[in-house]
Each structure stands twice: as C-alpha cells, then as structure tokens.
Design a protein around this ligand. Structure first.
Ligand code: DX5
Ligand code: ZN
Length: 229
C-alpha cells in the first residue's frame, strides 16, 4: 500500500444540529473552530427530511464570510445550483446516486462553485471513482443521510482509504470529507484512512461547550493522521 501523505485537518461544523432560531449566534460561537461551515440541504425526496434552501444560505452569507460547504441531498440539484451560487454558497456537493454527474460537475464549475461528490454508505466506491480527477472533494457518508445524531457506520472506512490511495497515486488535488456520526471517538479511523475534512453536527452543537467539542475532534483527527506512516 502506498504511504499516503497526511493532509491537514479541517473542521466543518454542521448547522443541522444548531439552533435554527438563533443560527447567527451558533455560527459565531464556533467561528474559531470552523474551517468550513457545513450546510445540509434536504429536499424531502432524496432523503425523508426537509431543511433549508437558498434563502437561508443567503442570510448566512450576509452574516459570515465563512466557506459555505453546501451538501445537497436532493434528487434534482441541477435545478437549484444557480440559486445556491447566487445566494453565496462557496461549494456544493451533489450525490452520485442522483446521476447526471458530468452535467452537474460542469454546471458547478461554470457557476464558480467548488465541486463535491457524495457517496452514500450502501453505494459502491466504483460509482464515484471515475469522477475523482474532476472534483475538489469526495464526501464519504458515514450514516444514511437525512438526519443528525445517527450512529457512525465503520464499514465506509475502506472507501476513504481507497480514495486517498487513488488521490496519492494520481497526484489529485482531492479533499476527502466525512459526514455522519463523527466525534472524537469515531474520527481517528477516518483520519487514519486519509480523510481531511470532518463534518460534525450533534457532537459539536449538542455539546455543552461546542468549541471544546470541536477542538477535541480536531485533536483526535490530527493525532490519528500523524500516527500512520
Ligand atoms: C446527515 C447530514 C450530516 C449531519 C451530521 O444527513 O449530512 O451533515 O448534520 O450530523 P451528525 O454529526 O450529528 O451525525
Ligand atoms: Zn451533510
């Protein structure tokens, strides 16, 4: 196996577990531990839950200059990419399961968005492999998308390792983000496998001290990342 260089750790607090009635305050609270702000968009179709859309992204953008990492859990994201870009999204991630991946990547590029591709736990890695040299970020889901606070699925760790290996082998500028059930206990496996961006919702906003919780996850990830060859 190739020795994969350890990328730096980046934290992405997920506002899904924040207080939507005091969103600005919650965003500010974790600002020093936010490398990306993770915004979960759910359409009630691709996943059985509804959250927010471009108007809220616009409001967040007026409030903060954070990098807005929009995770589009939508059957038809292409219909809304322009609206998210105009609202101030920095990056959008679409799911490989919805298809039209080439068109969606082209549309995100033409809108000046960072480009991400997400893969669900039950979806084989092969489905995203052909796109790795065309995207900025692979989002490996470690829960079934739709809700915060679910239990981490360790079976997805090999997907992270495989993506990291390919990125290293082919010299790709590819970040690997992981999302779902991430906390200080589960993050080492993902960081050790080569993930560098860690989404955490309930482990941060559900903690009494969200900043300390985010720091603990960051430190656990950094320790695991350097522990490997
Ligand atoms: C789940 C979302 C996640 C969610 C993670 O479908 O994509 O971003 O906020 O929440 P936790 O960290 O609580 O598992
Ligand atoms: Zn997410």
């Amino acid at each position: 196996m190739l020795a994969v260089p350890r990328p730096s750790v980046r934290m992405a607090p997920s506002i899904l577990s924040a207080n939507f009635a005091a969103l600005g305050a919650d965003i500010d609270r974790v600002r020093d531990e936010t490398d990306l702000l993770h915004v979960d968009v759910m359409d009630g179709h691709f996943v059985p839950n509804l959250t927010i859309g471009p108007p809220v992204v616009r409001a967040i953008r007026r409030h903060t200059d954070a990098f807005l990492d929009c995770h589009l859990m939508m059957t038809n994201p292409g219909q809304y990419l322009r609206a998210f870009a105009e609202a101030g999204a920095s990056h959008c991630t679409v799911h490989v399961e919805v298809g039209s991946t080439a068109e969606l990547i082209a549309e995100m590029r033409s809108l000046g968005l960072g480009v991400g591709l997400a893969v669900n736990p039950e979806t084989p890695f092969d489905s995203c492999e052909p796109w790795l040299d065309r995207i900025d970020m692979l989002l490996v889901m470690s829960v079934h998308p739709g809700f915060g606070g679910q239990r981490f699925i360790p079976d997805v760790v090999p997907k992270v390792a495989r993506a990291a290996e390919i990125a290293h082998r082919d010299g790709l500028d590819l970040a690997i983000e992981v999302d779902g059930g991430i906390d200080a206990g589960t993050v080492p496996a993902m960081a050790g496998a080569g993930a560098s961006i860690f989404v955490a919702g309930s482990a941060i906003f559900g903690a009494e001290d969200p900043v300390a919780a985010a720091r603990a996850i960051r430190e656990a990830a950094a320790a695991a990342a350097v522990a490997l060859p």
